[in-house]
Design a protein around this ligand. Structure first.
Ligand code: PEP
Ligand code: MN
Length: 357
């Protein structure tokens, strides 16, 4: 339930609403807005009788949020949430951003080479798994803490913020010490103890859609993070399982405009896992930006043929460079800027939209 205060409601009147909600046994969250303050009632509000609140001084209106998810819904917050993972690197604002890097961190040479290449091409964040959720226990599981140290080294070398995955609650605390954004992967989208832990840590979270998750499931999982007080959440469409084995997953482009209508949270796309096939990554990345995604995450490896994981879907650095040139044009065509790191010179296509990021 949302309590919309009158435009000129006094702090005392807002306080009165907060107290009334708390007396009813719920948590109250005042949210000052440009025009007026709203006060959210947090908890299972199915049985709440709003009439007591409605008659309080300064209350303009009561809105019952009809969706099963509350705080992630557009009903709860009309304007977009902007998630900033590092200075100048924000998702959900005017500019789109590109996160890129290898599937896994493999060695110092590999991650630093990858980081330099993706930065030169225009990426504004580096990805790379140190803890890998592999389908087989015999596949490469990642370098663990050593991988996080190598990511921190690559950040120091390039200035790129780091997005990397945590597999469990304990890992989330360790990952948070190194990462600028904690990734919760598809296989863990419904790991509720991990979601609660990441919600408490209060670092930006990249939450990927589960392999068999509906859009409602994805938003319900995001609700766990917001329920713990962390609204710094970026959603990610990364493809879902389908009966068609032609691609690794079925990349659900419609999820992007659907989520943007239902939620105020930013959403990006991962066409690398979405397709699993190198030559399909470029067309689907173009399509994702055209569909309105707030960014893309792309796997890029200095030498994909030797990659320890997901080589077949990893772009060569020159392919990635060509893709970024195209993404800038597409972003501009739909009236969006293209993110750049603060202080970075803007390359190619000297248009106003390009330099806005
Ligand atoms: C990844 O990003 O490396 C990854 C494992 O992705 P997903 O969770 O989408 O499979
Ligand atoms: Mn991968």
């Amino acid at each position: 339930m949302l309590v919309v205060m009158a435009q000129h409601a006094t702090p005392q009147e807002i306080d009165g609403v907060v107290k009334a909600i708390e007396e009813m046994g719920y948590e109250a969250r005042p949210m000052p807005g440009g025009q007026r303050t709203t006060v959210g009632l947090i908890g299972n509000d199915g049985r709440v009788d709003g009439s007591r609140i409605e008659s309080l001084p300064g209350v303009a209106e009561i809105i019952h949020v009809s969706k099963p998810y509350k705080q992630v819904s557009r009903e709860w917050r009309a304007q977009n949430t902007v998630v900033t993972i590092a200075p100048g690197v924000s998702f959900g604002g005017e500019s789109v951003h590109v996160i890129a890097g290898p599937c896994s961190v493999e060695s110092e040479h590999q991650i630093v080479t990858a980081a330099r290449a993706v930065k030169a091409a225009g990426a504004t964040a580096l990805r790379g798994g140190a803890f890998k959720p592999r389908s087989s226990p015999y596949s490469f599981q990642g370098l663990g803490k050593k991988g996080l140290e190598l990511l921190a080294h690559a950040r120091k070398e390039t200035g790129l913020p780091i997005v990397t995955e945590a597999l469990d609650e304990e890992g989330a605390h360790l990952v948070a010490e190194y990462a600028d954004c904690i990734q919760i992967g598809a296989r863990n989208m419904q790991n509720y103890s991990l979601l609660r832990a990441a919600g408490k840590i209060r670092k930006p979270v990249l939450l990927k859609r589960g392999l068999a998750a509906t859009i409602t499931d994805l938003l319900m999982s995001a609700e766990y993070l917001l329920a713990e007080g962390n609204d710094q959440v970026i959603l990610c469409e990364r493809g879902i399982r389908s009966f068609d084995t032609t691609t690794r997953n079925l990349f659900d482009l419609t999820a992007i405009p659907i989520v943007q209508r239902l939620s105020h949270l930013p959403i990006i796309a991962d066409p690398s896992h979405g397709t699993g096939l190198r030559d399909k990554v470029t067309p689907m990345a173009r399509a994702a930006i055209a569909a309105g995604a707030d960014g893309v995450m792309i796997e890029v490896h200095p030498n994909p043929d030797r990659a320890l994981s997901d080589g077949a879907q990893s772009l060569y650095p020159d392919q990635f460079e060509a893709l970024v040139v195209e993404l800038r044009v597409i972003a501009q065509a739909i009236g969006r800027g293209f993110g750049a790191l603060p202080g970075a010179g803007v390359r190619v296509l000297g248009t106003s939209a390009v330099s806005r990021g």
